[in-house]
Design a protein around this ligand. Structure first.
Ligand code: 56B
Length: 341
């Protein structure tokens, strides 16, 4: 897209001009050391996407790719006003919240015979049907349910018109380039256009487009159509969880004014200067953590069977945030309602 900085260029520019969010060098190093201990384990492997997460598809076929597409099309804004009172989805004896409540609802619908991953279905699905599919076990609904309905209709129609109703056709058009696929998704599907302005420049995060490429790579196990030669050019995904965990681990720091605002639970808006600084510095922070980790691996003389990239670090840190939810209680995440993350 012309005149727009790439996510990596955007992150660097924001980090160099940020006034309320700072990257802490010592914190970056300590996170890299934490990850070094995991480097040769199962966590920092593309296979972890399936082995560590029971709701993710185990197959690597067209149906699995279309599962990834519909979940990442709806992969935004799950936080609730009060954490003890939120949307919950029970599935196969377990209760899921947040992003996982979305996946549980998709799998529940498929088990009920509702073809929620088929574009021919969700292109014309009604609001009532969407409210039923994503119903909560509590009186707290999944946030932005009307937006989710609108986006399903819009995205389904485009997938039918441009790609024969299957995201696998879109993947194949990208000729094993992650960047080509990311740009094809952003150009084709409006809800993926995570673009804003900062200090007079047009910047991009493309959070859902990047995580869609990453999850496509993961579900195809990095093979065949999913063997993206440039997969390591994808950055971390600028959501609202990663900044929180980077703050908790000391790799990010906020100004007193911003911290006070977040601790009060004040909402930010998409494109606010401080919101952009949080997202941009988080992306750049993970780039620096990756560089530091690769240096430590080199020094240690470890042989890696798979290249470590920002995607695998992101997945690990996002899961870390989930596993340490209680410990992170006092650490705020920035509250925003939007369809981009
Ligand atoms: N940076 C980053 N953001 C991610 C993910 C994922 C799900 N990926 C998992 C699936 C397979 C992989 O193995 C990953 O484990 C969701 N999100 C974002 O988080 C927020 C939801 O958070 P909570 O309210 O706590 O559920 C929301 O903005 C959502 O868009 C990720 O991986 N990285």
């Amino acid at each position: 897209m012309d005149g727009i900085l790439t996510p990596r260029e955007s992150a660097r520019f924001i980090a160099e001009n940020s006034q309320d969010v700072f990257i802490d060098g010592a914190g970056v190093r300590s996170v890299a050391e934490l990850l070094l201990a995991k480097a040769s384990g199962p966590d920092l492997r593309v296979a972890g996407w399936k082995t560590l997460h029971e709701l993710n598809p185990k197959s690597a076929d067209e149906a699995a790719v279309n599962w990834v597409f519909v979940t990442d099309t709806l992969n935004f804004s799950f936080w609730s006003e009060h954490d003890e009172h939120k949307c919950l989805v029970g599935y196969k004896g377990k209760t899921y919240s947040g992003y996982w409540s979305l996946c549980a609802a998709v799998n529940r619908a498929l088990d009920e015979g509702i073809p929620i991953t088929s574009a021919s279905y969700y292109a014309t699905v009604t609001l009532e049907q969407v409210q039923h599919i994503f119903r909560s076990d509590t009186d707290v609904l999944m946030p932005l349910i009307e937006d989710r309905h609108r986006i399903l209709n819009e995205t389904g129609k485009i997938l039918l018109e441009k790609f024969g109703g299957s995201f696998l056709n879109c993947v194949q058009k990208s000729e094993q380039s992650a960047q080509k696929l990311m740009h094809l998704v952003v150009e084709s599907f409006p809800s993926y256009r995570d673009i804003t302005e900062f200090e007079g420049k047009r910047i991009s995060f493309y959070k859902r487009a990047q995580i869609l490429v990453a999850d496509t790579w993961s579900v195809l196990e990095g093979k065949g159509d999913g063997c993206f030669k440039d997969i390591s050019s994808i950055t971390m995904f600028a959501d609202y969880r990663l900044p929180q965990v980077l703050l908790h681990l000391g790799a990010l720091r906020y100004s007193d004014e911003l911290l006070k605002k977040l601790l009060k639970g004040e909402m930010l808006s998409y494109g606010d200067k401080q919101e952009v600084e949080i997202r941009g510095c988080s992306v750049w922070c993970v780039e620096l953590i990756r560089d530091c980790l690769l240096e430590l691996i080199e020094k240690k003389g470890e042989k890696m069977s798979e290249e470590i990239n920002a995607i695998l670090l992101d997945y690990y840190l996002w899961d870390y945030a989930h596993d340490h939810r209680a410990k992170m209680n006092g650490i705020p995440f920035h509250r925003i309602r939007c369809i981009y993350y």
